[in-house]
Structures are given as structure tokens and as C-alpha cells.
Design a protein around this ligand. Structure first.
Ligand code: 1GP
Length: 254
């Protein structure tokens, strides 16, 4: 059951990919937001900067701000909101879509199928658009929350062939989007050469995130083959970066 009033996010991603349009997504972790006012300010910056997507998710939600956070985002902006869930409680019927993550870089069965079985009936009832996503964690030089919480070993930073074969398998399994993530706050973003090799093995859109802090890093990831750059941590520290990084990514589209 899909909600006919909502934009089909996957179609939008495919259209952009066909036109080689590079896009930027801001990751909002509700647990890192200190007040509703702070969230409204970030959303205002996102709207002015013409951010393409907002992702919402986090490894832990300890402040009870999940539902309210999503309601405020939907009230304050028209930017498509994609759930990027850290666990099965992170759903919401007002979101435009959910990245239904299979953590194919790891060998934790719960994150390959177990949690999906629990979430499936709730998601079906919500009518939210489901985007089957090949989620690949790559070592970014430090132990990030996602690595610890997922109880998985990340792909080695310099093993492009393992990353490429993993992405190839995800594509063969029918996963429609690939998200390579060095983890929030990673010391080193994913290398351009790994992005290029993975991109050559998949058909769907490629999201790249983790440790991207500068215009140069965002541009390098796009030029290597990323369709969507995801940035969270850097904006939490300096929200004004939303302008410069979005501008850098969009400058590749002219
Ligand atoms: C993390 O890819 C996202 O899952 C974004 O990472 O917070 O380091 O930008 P950063």
C-alpha cells in the first residue's frame, strides 16, 4: 500500500541519477538536537540552501525527540524526509520514505533479515515508501557508533575489491540503493577509488557519507561516482556549512 499523495522518492532519485545530478542530504540525529528552536534554525538553513534530502536517524534516541522531530521537519520544510533508522522503533508514517537497510558489509543476521521481519508489518501498515538499501559500513579510521552498535566488522578502507563484490551482490539481490558509510564522525571519508569501483558494479543510486567536512571532500566523492552526499556531524558543529557544502555539490550540476 503506497500513499499516492507523496512524491515517489526512488523515482526522483533515479531521474536525478539519469541526469547525473549530484545532491546533498543533511542527516539529522534527533539525539543531537538540543531544542526545538535549534531544529527550526537548521531547517531554515536547509531550505535556504536548497538541500535535496533530509535523513533522520541515529544509533540511539535517548531524549524522546523522535516523533516531534519528524513532525517539526514536515511542518517547516518541503524537503523530502527519508528515514535512516538505527533500530526498528525509528519509523514514522509522515516520512516520505524509509531506507530499509540490509547491512551487507556485516555478517549479523539480525541486520540482514531479523529486524526486517519485525518491522515489515508495521511498515506495511504505515504506507510509507520502502527503499530496499544495501548498507555498507567502511572503516573510517575510528570506532564509530554504527560499528559498535551493529556488532559488525566494517569493510577495510583500502580493499576496493571486497567493497565492489559486496555492492555487486547487493545489486544482484535486488537492493535498489547503495549507501556506503564510514560512520558518523569518521576520521577519514570513503576513498574516491573505492567509490568509483563500487559505482561501476551497481545500477541504482549511490549514497556516500561519514566524515565529509569540506567542499573538496564532497566534490571528490561526487566526481568519483556518488549521487547523494550525506553530511551530519560537520553541520552539527557548524550549521553554516550547510550552505557551502550544498553549493559545492550543486556546482557540479551546472
Ligand atoms: C553517518 O553517513 C552519515 O551515518 C553522516 O556521517 O555525521 O560524519 O557526516 P557524518
Amino acid at each position: 500500500m503506497s500513499n499516492p499523495k507523496k512524491t515517489n522518492i526512488y523515482q526522483l532519485l533515479q531521474q536525478n541519477q539519469l541526469q547525473s545530478l549530484k545532491q546533498l542530504a543533511v542527516l539529522i540525529d534527533p539525539d543531537s538536537i538540543e531544542s526545538e528552536d535549534e531544529l527550526v534554525k537548521i531547517l531554515s538553513l536547509c531550505s535556504i540552501a536548497k538541500v535535496d534530502f533530509i535523513l533522520v536517524g541515529g544509533s540511539l534516541i535517548t531524549n524522546g525527540f523522535w516523533d516531534k522531530c519528524i513532525e517539526i521537519i514536515k511542518l517547516q520544510t518541503n524537503i523530502p524526509l527519508l528515514l535512516f533508522p538505527g533500530n526498528i522503533m525509528q519509523t514514522h508514517s509522515k516520512a516520505d520514505a524509509i531506507l530499509f537497510l540490509s547491512m551487507i558489509s556485516g555478517r549479523n543476521p539480525d541486520l540482514l533479515i531479523g529486524k526486517h521481519v519485525l518491522a515489515a508489518p508495521l511498515l506495511k501498515k504505515s504506507g510509507i515508501e520502502i527503499i530496499p538499501t544495501a548498507y555498507m559500513i567502511v572503516d573510517g579510521g575510528n570506532l564509530t557508533s554504527v560499528m559498535y552498535m551493529s556488532n559488525t566488522t566494517p569493510l577495510p578502507h583500502d580493499k576496493n575489491n571486497i567493497a565492489a563484490c559486496t555492492a555487486m551482490a547487493g545489486d544482484m539481490l535486488g537492493l535498489k540503493l547503495t549507501y556506503m558509510d564510514a560512520g558518523s564522525g569518521a576520521l577519514n571519508p570513503i576513498s574516491a577509488s573505492m567509490i568509483t569501483e563500487v559505482k561501476s558494479q551497481i545500477n541504482g543510486p549511490l549514497f556516500i557519507g561519514g566524515g565529509i567536512r569540506t567542499q573538496e571532500q564532497a566534490i571528490a566523492a561526487c566526481q568519483a561516482g556518488a549521487d547523494v552526499i550525506v553530511v551530519g556531524n560537520a553541520f552539527e558543529k557548524n550549521p553554516d556549512l550547510i550552505f557551502s557544502l550544498t553549493q559545492a555539490v550543486h556546482s557540479l550540476n551546472s
